[in-house]
Write a protein that binds this ligand. Structure first.
Ligand SMILES: O=C(O)CCC(=O)C(=O)O
Length: 414
């Protein structure tokens, strides 16, 4: 690719190649105009002619359309319009050598925009990141390779003080080393039984790379990611924010948010967004048991003290613990009534029972239930069968990846 040769002094000739945008612009603008977006189309044309403020105005107009009603009712053409405007804005920043701003605009396009220009957005991220890295290497000395999670064993007595009551007193989830596929299928998958698999991810590049702050900052520092702030998603003061990955790392490293209000990068398809991090992980072979399809890969990255409250999901799940440790408690799906799910459709897979502080009067049936639990250590994977209730609390700073997959019958009927 061309476009990054040295420019005459004071003039930049950094140019972002966007072949899909170039090919699709005209027909996309026609579709936008057909939806009444004449002002947007005018601004987009001015942006192409070199007017940065017009590019920003077009982006604001598309943003307004994205927020004009419920997400499912937003016309796909406006999501593509938003991506288009983000690409225009990114081009201006890139040309000015403003790489952080360029990446910010591209990430917003990836997070909020449509599918049409996704390849251009991804390729542009790679292009800008490589320029940005060249620049930062010019001025940097040796990295100190600071570890995110030091290798300090957790003190079980201390841990028990913060875990829900009765933790580690019932049945422990079985731990199996290098479990074979047959063993997994026969003893766990077909029996609807959780298991922790040990010695199964030493080959993942992530196991060495993700505990290194400099590495994470270098590959993702300038990228924008959605994070959750607050005790957990069931609390009223819970909110979502968009921040750069480096700001997020700084927050969790220096504990700038209180432990009552942790910042959690939770259930985010980070690996669709940041290809270099995707290259650091491997899809476990266990996810192909049952002949179904992989449904989603999500990142769960945060400080000690994040809590994912008791809930269940419809898919098979391997929760792979890359860095740090988590406590996980599991209840079988048969205990639906005893766990008092919310009645609202949006929350019907979440329990009203707060395991950290059970209200005995309101939820008496939840008190003496049998459960399974474990401390999921770095380098271990936990299999959670579909519909099993699970509660997860991080005991150290922690970075995990979940792999959800469906049964063959689910995939063929969907
Ligand atoms: O790790 C967590 O905080 C929650 C993980 C989870 O709920 C899942 O993988 O379904």
């Amino acid at each position: 690719m061309s476009g990054s040769t040295t420019a005459p002094s004071g003039v930049s000739n950094l140019r972002l190649p966007t072949p899909t945008l170039d090919a699709e612009s005209q027909s996309l603008l026609q579709s936008i105009s057909a939806q009444g977006g004449y002002a947007y189309a005018r601004m987009a044309a001015l942006a192409v002619a070199g007017d940065q403020s017009a590019a920003e105005a077009a982006r604001d107009m598309a943003w307004e359309q994205l927020h004009s009603g419920p997400w499912h009712s937003v016309l796909p053409v406006w999501r593509d319009a938003y991506s288009m405007a983000c690409l225009h804005v990114a081009k201006f920043h890139f040309a000015a050598g403003e790489f952080v701003e360029a990446l910010g605009a591209l990430d917003m396009g990836l997070i909020m925009g449509g599918m049409l220009l996704r390849k251009d957005l991804h390729d542009s991220v790679v292009f800008v990141s490589s320029e940005s890295r060249k620049k930062s290497l010019e001025g940097s000395g040796d990295s100190n390779g600071e570890k995110l999670v030091p290798e300090v064993p957790v003190d079980l007595n201390e841990v028990l003080k913060i875990l829900p009551c009765r933790s580690l007193t019932c049945r422990r989830v079985e731990k199996r080393s290098s479990l074979s596929m047959e063993g997994f299928l026969r003893d766990y998958f077909q029996r609807d039984t959780p298991v922790v698999i040990t010695n199964c991810m030493a080959h993942w590049p992530a196991r060495t790379k993700w505990n290194n702050l400099d590495y994470l900052n270098a590959v993702a520092g300038n990228r924008t990611v959605p994070v959750e702030v607050g005790k957990n998603y069931l609390c009223t003061d819970w909110k979502q924010e968009l921040v750069t990955f480096s700001k997020f790392l700084e927050r969790i490293r220096t504990k700038k948010t209180s432990s009552a209000e942790p910042t959690y990068l939770a259930q985010h398809p980070l690996f669709d967004q940041i290809n270099e991090l995707r290259d650091d992980i491997c899809i476990p072979d266990y996810c192909f048991v049952g002949g179904g399809e992989l449904q989603s890969l999500n990142a769960w990255f945060g400080p000690a003290g994040t809590v994912t409250p008791l809930h269940h999901d419809p898919h098979h799940n391997i929760l792979a613990q890359v860095v740090g440790k988590k406590y996980v408690r599991l209840y079988p799906s048969s205990l639906q009534d005893e766990l008092y799910p919310y009645s609202e459709t949006m929350l019907c897979n979440s329990s009203q029972v707060d395991l950290d502080n059970i209200d005995k009067t309101e939820f008496p049936k939840a008190m003496e239930l049998e459960f399974m639990d474990c401390i999921l250590e770095e380098g271990e994977m936990l299999y959670i069968p579909p519909k099993w209730w699970h509660y997860v609390r991080s005991l150290t700073m922690s970075f995990s990846v979940s792999f959800w997959w469906s049964n063959e019958t689910d995939s063929s009927s969907s």
